[in-house]
Ligand binder design. Structure first.
Ligand SMILES: Cc1cc2nc3c(=O)[nH]c(=O)nc-3n(C[C@H](O)[C@H](O)[C@H](O)COP(=O)(O)OP(=O)(O)OC[C@H]3O[C@@H](n4cnc5c(N)ncnc54)[C@H](O)[C@@H]3O)c2cc1C
Ligand code: FES
Length: 259
């Protein structure tokens, strides 16, 4: 756990904020996360996980993109430049880099875009463009994909009512992109992850999902973030910790029926 200082805490629109933290963390990989203790009090319940959205130039710190949903994120949104928070990380395994950016299909819903930006930015100008398929519910969510367009990602948006982009679910866009040689990385609501995994399985396309579970320790100790994964040959049941074995899993590893 180390001390970080808020550089800015910008309101992006609706419930979304982007916060930059000056922090001496090292060795980040795209798709990893940090645990942020949002209060000075020794209250472990106020340590919350957030994906690393971007890494600041000169590795001076990181940005997180977050949605206010409850007490911890509400407290985070009230912080000002110069305020201090404790940060633990980087944590988890992250997404492997793909050799050909054009083979990558990122699929996200809502705040699920957060762990993809640094990955996408790192691929900018390195050959074919990756694609981001984004399912949004509100105009504020649609705003979250602007930075992806700015770094050259081919973005396709879908909204359930058709008010922006095409009408329907993000999985409707996915079908056209599921061709041999592609790799799908997905993050978002559980229902979306299940549908994406199933679509990829049917088409024989490799799919990795970034899972979210409520977390207390973030380092594999409290067992609070266990998910049921496919049993190994000698075991009846097998559980994996989202914080230390994940948050990124091959979709076929997950026992989707257990949710
Ligand atoms: C590995 C990982 C990475 C994450 N990355 C981000 C990110 O980049 N940006 C972001 O905004 N959020 C992210 N989250 C979710 C974020 O951690 C929660 O939204 C946050 O902990 C809520 O804290 P709170 O005190 O504001 O809400 P609480 O008061 O604890 O809960 C409010 C509501 O949110 C629900 N909730 C709490 N935690 C989660 C969770 N992990 N997943 C789904 N619902 C939850 C509760 O069930 C409740 O309904 C991530 C979660 C994980 C596990
Ligand atoms: S959060 Fe404690 S084991 Fe994962």
């Amino acid at each position: 756990m180390s001390n970080a200082t808020v550089i800015y805490n910008e309101h992006v629109g609706g419930p979304f904020f982007r916060m930059a933290l000056r922090w001496k963390g090292r060795g980040f990989r795209p798709g990893q996360f940090v645990m942020v203790r949002v209060s000075g009090a020794l209250d472990p319940l106020l340590r919350r996980p957030f994906g690393i959205y971007d890494v600041l130039g000169g590795r001076k710190g990181i940005e997180i993109l977050y949605k206010v949903v409850g007490r911890g994120t509400g407290m985070l949104s009230e912080l000002d430049p110069g305020d201090r928070v404790d940060v633990l990380g980087p944590l988890g395994n992250g997404f492997p880099m793909v050799r050909d950016p054009g083979s990558l299909v990122m699929v996200a819903g809502g705040i699920g875009v957060a762990p993809f930006f640094w990955l996408a930015k790192g691929m900018a100008g390195k050959g074919r463009r990756p694609v981001l398929l984004y399912g949004a519910r509100t105009k504020e969510e649609v705003r979250l994909v602007r930075p992806f367009r700015a770094v050259g990602v081919r973005v396709r948006v879908t909204t359930e009512d058709g008010s922006v982009g095409s009408r329907g679910l993000v999985t409707d866009l996915l079908d056209r992109e599921l061709v041999e040689g592609r790799t799908v990385y997905a993050c978002g609501p559980l229902g979306m992850l299940m549908a994406v995994s199933e679509a990829a399985r049917r088409r024989g396309v490799k799919c990795l999902v970034s899972l979210e579970r409520a977390m207390a320790c973030g380092i594999g100790v409290c067992l609070g973030c266990a998910v049921k994964t496919r049993p190994h040959p000698q075991e009846q049941k097998h559980y994996s910790m989202v914080c230390s074995d994940g948050p990124v899993f091959a979709s076929e590893e997950i026992d989707w029926d257990s949710f």
